[in-house]
Design a protein around this ligand. Structure first.
Ligand SMILES: [Zn+2]
Length: 230
């Protein structure tokens, strides 16, 4: 059961097409996993449509919402209908030996295919990361995977971090998070994710700026020190 969702403001910005692309990708992936937020977004879109119906005609912006909806529809159709390539076939093999990557939300699966084969960098005994090229210069987009029971270094953030749990669970001082849970870490928040003992944990993260280290040896194991936007 998903317990952590994008807040109302983020869903509004998403529906209006105002979020940076990397963040909207995380929201879009959450929506694919979360019927509750999907319904909420549909209501926002209806509301937006009604507001446009009631408003005075604006020569330049009155079709903005419809254009946005058209764009989303076209993007979703393209994603569903894209011809399968040799890269796809190679990437499809990942499911057989990597259960964490087997059932990804479609938008993330597409990113994986574009970055296949993934290059995993061992950050610490418990933590591996794989940066994903996304064409973004303001955000670093990456997978983080924490081994069973693995503890990561305590770190805080200079910029916003958006995390979507895709497989397994992790906990920090604030709670336990499982598949579909969506978290936003604001600048200055300190946390130390620990995976549960039963399985490894895979997260999709979008980080706005480098992360500061709070633990004495944190710099040794801080995955974000070499911030590399994709
Ligand atoms: Zn949700």
């Amino acid at each position: 059961m998903i317990r952590h969702h994008p807040d109302q403001n983020m869903l509004l910005e998403y529906a209006a097409g105002n979020l940076p692309w990397a963040v909207s990708l995380s929201v879009s992936a959450h929506l694919q996993l979360c019927p509750q937020c999907r319904r909420h977004c549909e209501n926002l879109n209806h509301l937006g449509g009604n507001l446009l119906d009631d408003s005075e005609p604006q020569p330049t912006a009155d079709d903005a919402l419809q254009r946005l909806l058209d764009r989303i529809e076209v993007a979703e159709r393209q994603s569903a209908e894209e011809p399968r390539t040799a890269t796809d076939t190679r990437a499809d093999k990942r499911g057989s030996n990597d259960p964490a990557l087997a059932n990804l939300p479609r938008v993330i699966d597409k990113l994986v295919r574009n970055n296949w084969p993934l290059k995993w960098q061992r950050v610490s005994p418990a933590l591996k990361m794989s940066r994903l090229k996304s064409g973004q210069d303001r955000y670093e987009v990456a997978f983080h995977r924490i081994g069973r029971g693995g503890k990561t270094a305590e770190h805080d953030h200079r910029g916003q971090e958006v995390v979507l749990v895709l497989h397994g669970r992790f906990s920090d001082a604030d709670g336990v998070y499982g598949p579909g849970d969506f978290l936003v870490r604001e600048p200055g928040e300190v946390h130390r994710p620990i995976a549960t003992q039963d399985q490894e944990c895979l997260c999709f993260s979008v980080v706005e700026a480098p992360v500061a280290v709070t633990g004495l040896l944190g710099w040794l194991v801080n995955p974000f020190l070499s911030f590399r936007p994709g």
